[in-house]
Design a protein around this ligand. Structure first.
Ligand SMILES: Nc1ncnc2c1ncn2[C@@H]1O[C@H](COP(=O)(O)OP(=O)(O)OP(=O)(O)O)[C@@H](O)[C@H]1O
Ligand SMILES: [Mg+2]
Length: 252
């Protein structure tokens, strides 16, 4: 079976000439179907850029991106977004302030050609642990955690196989983070989803992911099974440094 996601020599850059920033360099990533892959690394190392490149949100890219055995085309077609969906860090920014939960979900379902939308909206709310009472609320009437549940429901609406999660809990209160992470764990188990999750929190990655790629300055310096992270074993100096920093702050 082909991998859910594969990148071959993926390069992403912004700007030209002296202003050029090489955000991702020669990234090779293989994420088997049904697994959860973490991406960690310091701020600016290119983690979000890899996810944004996969969904076609960055213009200047070279190399190959293969989803379920097929090279992606630019622009992405509708079928692509039935397979791959992304959840962003800040649910407030990613939800339209004047659209109710019902509108958000309905429009996504319509875009992807689904009928019986009322039933589906109610089911999606249930799937993410929100009751019917939330259906006609607007983003400002929701807590951060509830907003992120709506963003996750929207991502699930097209029934994707793959979710790309960019720090899905880092904008939330610590107490709410665990709830959302547990929801993500449950959803993945129920639907055999494939995740790629960016996080700067090694403990979160250790909890959710089977394999982790470590990025530094646009380069994947090491990919290792999460058991090695847990045992504080790493081959690359930079990963050791991350593990030490995390242990010092009590996060891993
Ligand atoms: N639209 C853009 N235009 C120019 N440079 C960009 C753009 N987006 C990202 N970059 C640059 O690309 C590099 C990688 O950025 P990226 O957002 O992928 O980092 P990150 O690892 O997700 O960091 P963080 O942990 O802070 O979210 C950074 O140097 C950033 O400044
Ligand atoms: Mg980022």
């Amino acid at each position: 079976m082909s991998a859910a996601i594969e990148t071959r020599e993926l390069n992403v850059w912004f700007g030209k000439g002296r202003d050029r920033v090489d955000a991702v360099r020669d990234a090779n990533l293989i994420v088997p179907q049904g697994t959860s892959h973490g991406i960690v690394g310091e701020s600016g190392s290119g983690k979000s850029t890899i996810l944004r490149a996969l969904v076609g949100l960055v213009p200047t890219v070279s190399g190959e991106m293969i989803i379920e055995g097929t090279s992606v085309t630019t622009p992405r077609n509708g079928a692509f977004y039935k397979t791959v969906q992304m959840v962003f860090q800040d649910p407030y920014a990613s939800l339209h302030p004047r659209h109710s939960v019902d509108q958000v979900l309905n429009e996504t379902l319509k875009l992807h050609g689904f009928g019986d939308r009322e039933d589906r909206v109610l089911q999606l709310l249930k799937d993410v642990g929100l009751g019917e009472a939330f259906r006609f609320r607007f983003p400002h009437q929701l807590s951060g955690g509830q907003r992120q549940r709506v963003a996750i429901a929207r991502a699930l609406a097209p029934q994707p196989d793959i979710l790309l999660l960019d720090e899905p809990t880092s904008a939330l209160d610590v107490s709410v983070q665990a709830e959302i992470l547990n929801l993500l764990v449950d959803l993945r188990a129920e639907r055999s989803l494939t995740y790629v999750m960016v996080s700067h929190d090694l403990a979160v990655v250790a909890h959710l992911c089977g394999e982790v790629s470590v990025m530094q300055n646009g380069v994947i310096v090491e990919t290792l099974p999460v058991e090695k992270l847990r045992r504080l074993e790493a081959d690359h100096d930079y990963t050791k440094h991350l593990l030490k920093a995390s242990a010092d702050t009590g996060h891993a």
